[in-house]
Each structure stands twice: as C-alpha cells, then as structure tokens.
Design a protein around this ligand. Structure first.
Ligand code: NDP
Length: 324
C-alpha cells in the first residue's frame, strides 16, 4: 500500500493524514465497540492519524464508542487527532438545539469530552451555520474553549463562503481565534462549494483547511448500487430511506457504471478511484472515509495506490463521464 501523506491543515501547523476515518451512520448503528476497535486499528495501521466524530452521531453514542475503543487500544494521546462537531444538540430545550449560541456550545463541549473520555479534542467544528446567533458570539465561545484548553483548533461544516469569511474577519477584528478548517461534502457528484464557492478562502495568510466528507456519496460511488440495494448496506437502515432514493438513482448509477469501467482498466476499484480523485484536489487536507467493515477500511486506504494512476488522460475521461 502507498505511503500515507500528511498535509498541513490550511495555514496551521497541524498535520492530518490525507485519508482519515469518521463514524457517521456506522458507530452505534452498524458498529459496536468491538468492531470499532478493529476498524480504528486498521485505519491507524494504514497511517490514519485523524478520526472524525460529532455529538449528533448516534445521539452521543458514537463519541462514547470511539472513546471506549481508543481507550481499549491504548493509543497515546499524542499519536492521534480527534474531532467533534456541535450544533444539533441532544436536548429539546430551545437554547440547546439547532444553535451555536454560547450557552449551548459551552455546555455541549463538556458533554462531548465526557463521552469521549478526553480532556480536549484537537478540532471542534460548528456542524452547520446558525442564522439566529450573531457570528461574533460563536467566534467568542470557540475562542474561550481554545483558551480553556478544551479545543485546539476550530472550524465550520457546510457554512457558506460568506459566513466563513465573516467569522475570520470578526475574529481578526477582536483578536480572537478564527476558524481554520471547513468540513464540506466533496465527491464526484458534489463539487460546487469546494471547487467554486470556497476558492478565495484557500490562498490567503488565513488559508482554510478542508476535511471533506462522503467521498463515496454514501457508498454510491463504490458501484454497489448499480443493480439495486445490497443487503446490510446503509440504504437498508431504518431512518435512512431518504438516502435510499439517492443511492438507487438510475441516472447516477449509469455514470457509476462508466466510472467502474475506467477503474477496471487502471486496475483499481471504483471506491479507490473515487477517493483518489478527491485527494487530487490540492485544496483538500484530508478525505474522511466511512466504513461499516474492516475490509472496506483496507480497500479504501488502497486509494493511495490509485493516485499515481490518475493520469491527465484518465482524469479527463472521468470528467467527461460525470459531465455528460
Ligand atoms: P462515504 O461516502 O465514503 O460512505 C461510506 C459508506 O459507504 C460506508 O459506511 C459503507 O456503507 C460504504 N462503503 C465504504 N467503502 C466501501 C467499499 N470499498 N465498497 C463498498 N461500500 C463501501 O463516507 P460517509 O458518508 O460515511 O462520510 C465519511 C465521514 O465524513 C463520516 O463518517 C463523518 O465523519 C463525515 N461526515 C460529515 C458530515 C458533516 O456534515 N460534516 C456529513 C456526513 C459525513 P455500507 O454500510 O452501506 O457498506
């Protein structure tokens, strides 16, 4: 397997493995602590140093499982980077859900740390923007979390380019900690924000890092849905019916067939090709992988071998397949 590159997260000094591992859908639904230990171990053995989490995943259960699995593995705290994300909340109270207000954030981070069994997370993201809270209130709360040593870097997820630019400007004006990383969706079907909307945010002295999600569009780009929904897949899970429609979309699956033909020719799997394609974008710090089985972790880490096989000609062929 190719050697794992470590990329600086935007203008910061923090280095993240080019491929990282996250727990959305899987931890607490398909993966218990035992399987989490095996998946995390396989990822770390392959060079992954960044593990992504969120308060909302499994309504807190994902953090509990990841924390317990890492404790069982006995990893030294210095050897990995871990994140969480805050926004949706775990309580119904008006001040504790769908918000980035100071009250919620200051209480929520303590809950996340307790579930993870950690004194700090390396990165904490705002899981979505909150138009009801002034941006300065959120910036101030994250600055205070950093000052308190509970968080080392903070960022956003699925904020607009304008919101991110405003948060950076507000932080500079008040000498507070600015957001340094965004976590957007990025894959062969979903490119707009990463390739256009954020384009101005990468190059300045405040250059933004990007940790991108759903590189396989929830599994669609692996090719496993071209003949319908396979048993045990994400599309069969209760509560994910909305995703099943996207995963079985005929037009998209026809494009995936073309992608699979290209992958076969260069002797990689469609999943490996799709992940490697994300990594080819120099703005991307780390592509966050998802997996419900150890074999998927191993296959997907093989994307590093696919990198060198995406010649300009192959890249062009992929573009043509997705633009038609
Ligand atoms: P992907 O798009 O890569 O989908 C992962 C899923 O695809 C797996 O759980 C598995 O599902 C299937 N799969 C993975 N590898 C293979 C393979 N080689 N062959 C066949 N099927 C495969 O990523 P995710 O959607 O899971 O997102 C990755 C991470 O990004 C999350 O864990 C989370 O950390 C982050 N994220 C962040 C969001 C945000 O709002 N900030 C939103 C969503 C994700 P199956 O069980 O069907 O086999």
């Amino acid at each position: 397997m190719g050697t794992m590159p470590y990329n600086r997260m935007g203008h910061t000094g923090l280095k993240l493995s080019a491929l990282s591992f996250g727990s959305w859908v899987t931890f607490g639904t398909q993966i218990d602590t035992g399987l989490a230990v095996d998946c995390l171990a396989a990822a770390k053995e392959g060079g992954v140093n960044f593990f992504d989490n969120a308060e909302a995943y499994g309504a807190g259960l994902s953090e509990t499982i990841m924390g317990a699995a890492i404790a069982q593995l006995g990893w030294a705290r210095h050897s990995y980077v871990i994140s969480t994300k805050l926004f949706w909340g775990l309580h119904g109270d008006p001040n504790m859900r769908n918000t980035l207000n100071r009250k919620y954030l200051m209480q929520a981070i303590d809950g996340s740390l307790e579930r993870l069994g950690l004194d700090f997370v390396d990165i904490c993201y705002c899981h979505r923007p909150d138009p009801d809270t002034p941006i300065i209130e959120t910036v101030w709360a994250f600055s205070d979390m950093i000052a308190a040593g509970k968080v080392h870097y903070w960022g956003t997820s699925e904020w607009s380019g304008a919101e991110i630019a405003e948060a950076i400007a507000v932080a500079e004006r008040h000498h507070l900690h600015a957001p340094v990383v965004e976590q957007p969706q990025y894959n062969l079907f979903e490119r707009r924000r990463v390739e256009h909307e954020y384009a101005r945010l990468y190059s300045s002295a405040n250059g933004l890092g990007l940790t991108t999600w759903s590189p396989l569009s929830s599994g669609l780009l692996s090719g496993k849905y071209v003949d319908g929904i396979p048993e045990g897949s994400r599309a069969t899970l209760p509560g994910y019916e909305w995703l099943a429609n996207l995963l079985t979309d005929e037009k998209r699956n026809a494009v995936v067939r073309d992608l699979a033909a290209i992958a076969e020719r260069i002797e990689v799997t469609p999943a490996q090709l799709s992940i490697a394609w994300c990594l080819k974008n120099p703005a991307v710090t780390s592509v966050i992988l998802g997996a419900s089985r150890v074999e998927q972790v191993t296959e997907n880490l093989g994307a590093l071998d696919a990198l060198g096989r995406i010649t300009p000609e192959i890249h062009e062929e992929i573009e043509l397949a997705f633009l038609k």
